[in-house]
Design a protein around this ligand. Sequence first.
Ligand code: ADP
Length: 448
Amino acid sequence: MFGKVLIANRGEIALRVHRACQEMGIRTVAVHSTADATAMHVRLADESVCIGPPPARDSYLNVAAILSAATITGADAVHPGYGFLSENARFAEMVEAHGLKFIGPSPDHIRMMGDKIAAKDAMRRLDVPLVPGSPGALDSLDEARAIAEQIMYPVLIKAAAGGGGRGMKVARDASEIEEAWRVARTEAKSAFGDDSVYLEKYLDRPRHIELQVLADNHGNVVHFGERDCSLQRRHQKLVEEAGSPVLTAADREALGARVTAGLSKIGYRNAGTLEFLWQDGQFAFIEMNTRLQVEHPVTEMVAGIDLVKEQIRIAAGEPLGYTQTDIRFNGHAIECRITAEDPETFAPSPGRVNTYHAPGGLGVRVDSALYSGYTVPPHYDSLVAKLIVHAPSRPEAIARMRRALNEMVVAGIRTTLPLHQAVMDDAEFQSGDYTIHWLERFVASRQG
Ligand code: ADP
């Protein structure tokens, strides 16, 4: 096992990885920008190294500085968390080239799945069902038109290098295709430096359901069931549940069997998540994330597993030590992503947190790097806390979340706590009958 792990991230996820390491007897190295010198991940780590000024490109994306930090502290492995360099194949290669272990999949798999067109191609070959669309990248607007006519509007033009909901445009009919083509390409170019786009049928009322997998270096691949992440705004998740209110055990098993067989064929290893849209009882693959997801805690709660410890054990070469039939699901879990944003306008609200009080009690988990007196810097993602609850049933989990949200205090900045309270109080959310479009309408109705 590793003696020391460098955590190439910040905020709650850096803490999350630190906690797993601590319990495993592994020392941790935090890296931080000058804006994060007093951050909780720096305070709790065994050692810390400043890697640059506040802008992420100069610090958390600064590969040379991170590798130097790993070298001078004598780390054995690097955990990338999510975001930043977590899906950068080149970074994974450089970590390994420096004689360190990258806690994640192989660079080849990161590269394959990072290109959404290549990922869909791979899944097609593995017999995983896909959203209908263009067979590859679109060469021209004429090709986009022809495919859209064939699969019928509405369609979505998506960036091959996409992420975070960027570079994605809907064309409801032929009159909108030119604009969608142009905007998606421009956005893709500026966000990812790559303007390749592809086209998909735009599903009008799907749910977003994703499957968590783990694979070791000894040919074992298992899944840990699904997460329902349909509550989204601008294609970004706000609330996640495990399991999905609409999926049966038979659906889960059928999808899981197909996916694990496929990943075993390509020799995938470490953690991964396959994202699907689910409509009319059918799954359609949209993308695979080759890293830990923000919403991984809901899976941990229902499956009784520590996914980060498993990632570390796998990277150290240990076999899983269990099979699919050993994995059981217990109860229901919900996560609310609490961000430093205005709950109605979503305007960013960084600044000083005068008072922070975390909720507690049975079945409540808070993953957060907040503390009273902490100043949320304006330079990074606005996520400040993940509130996760676990209970025997979905109604009990909702009741627990309402109670925990009421207890939680983040004073001094605006947060999305009131929005989460309103969602949990809503009868339609409680019924479980919602699609990926539900939250946008809910937010609009609150804005009046
Ligand atoms: P990103 O990598 O930017 O997050 P995804 O491909 O994962 O992009 O899609 C993000 C979200 O966008 C999905 O969860 C879903 O809400 C929506 N979306 C993506 N593809 C489609 C589609 N074909 N039809 C309808 N909604 C879609």
